[in-house]
Design a protein around this ligand. Sequence first.
Ligand code: SF4
Length: 449
Amino acid sequence: MSVMETLIRACLNGVPSEVEEAAKGEGLKPRVAARLVARGRIVLPSNPVRHHRTCAIGEGCRVKVNVNIGTSGERCDEALEVRKAHAALDNGADTLMDLSTGGDLPAIRKQILALDAPVGTVPVYEAVRRAGNAADVDGDLLFRVIREHCREGVDFLTLHCGVNHQALESLRSDPRIMSVVSRGGAFHVAMMVERGEENPLYAEYDYLLEILAETGVVISLGDGMRPGCLQDAARHAKTVEYLTLGALARRALSTGVQRMIEGPGHIPINQIGYNVRTIKELTDHAPLYLLGPIVTDIAPGYDHVVSAIGSAVACMHGADFLCMVSPSEHLALPLEHDIVEGTRVCCIAAHIGDLVREKEGYLAPREAQMAEARRRLDWEEQFRIALYGDVARSVHARDGTLETCSMCGDLCAMKLVKEIFNHEKVRSGKKRENGNGDPLYPGHENPRG
Ligand code: SF4
């Protein structure tokens, strides 16, 4: 595939090799996968200048997990960020975003781009660093940074094109407690207010699409107006932005640019279904990249759990791509162990989502395997099947080697019932189907598959 021929256009005429490979990994028919890419329901972040593992995001695909890493002005340890990136991939992340804002940004990005995973960035961060402050960023600088990221091999870019004057007006007419909590969103608000100009990404969206079409980079339409607390979830700004993103998503697809949509921030759990379905409907079912949903604001230190609860519910309603939230969220830049814990919890949410997505049941055998191993009190098999068997093993080992676990000990319900049924079986002389101790299901191959 040539660079100018976008993946979407190639999928209208056949099945490009990268789509065929992705389809194989997702258990989709290649032709079906190509059709879904052409309709914009699946994206494959894969900049032609880099080679890395394929990652299909969207309808019919396994829920994917992104992990953000990156320096800040307050803590800038490049080696730590690279270790965090490795830790994320080792623990199940499918993609990485480099959100660095401190130190030598191109040098850090180069190290992250050397890893075997799709990589995303938010170019406005670097534009602000170069200009010194958001108000001094103009369209020329922002587009220059975007072109550089595309040329270097970044696979997807978060661009806050929906933060326009209309969204700004809705913030003023229907104010929110937290106003704007998206960093990129806040930069654009500052640029627009200070300069008295429209957001260049919105005003010159056609030019932006030309750059992305030429370089084969995916646009992730940022949710700069996402609510930052539960009380703000019902205010107008996010809905105004949804409508804009819907129109922009359609324009991207019509020019052959792959796009996904970000949302929905902090919202109560009972509003998740409605928000996911609304975004999907307004954007012609573009893949939805979740930021949050944060479903309570009063559990700092446990926001990875809060986000996983919201993410699992969102996946049930059609969300496709989770952004890991670490235990440090809202508190500090995460350390390596925060990344490990956050990634693991996020992958659990993704797995829970996978269990009820359209290809319902394709992961269910592993769940059934675990039930069977638990019934048999087969600990080794349980550790093998578990998503994170190392953790399960260490917890079980705390009280030594027991046939049961130490929770109920000699009063273990499963042991008791197993003995009763074994006794009955001997008395009746009947052999229960699959009662020979063999697993009911064949072994699984990959950590989350
Ligand atoms: S001891 Fe209790 S918790 Fe442990 S395996 Fe038996 S029934 Fe389950």
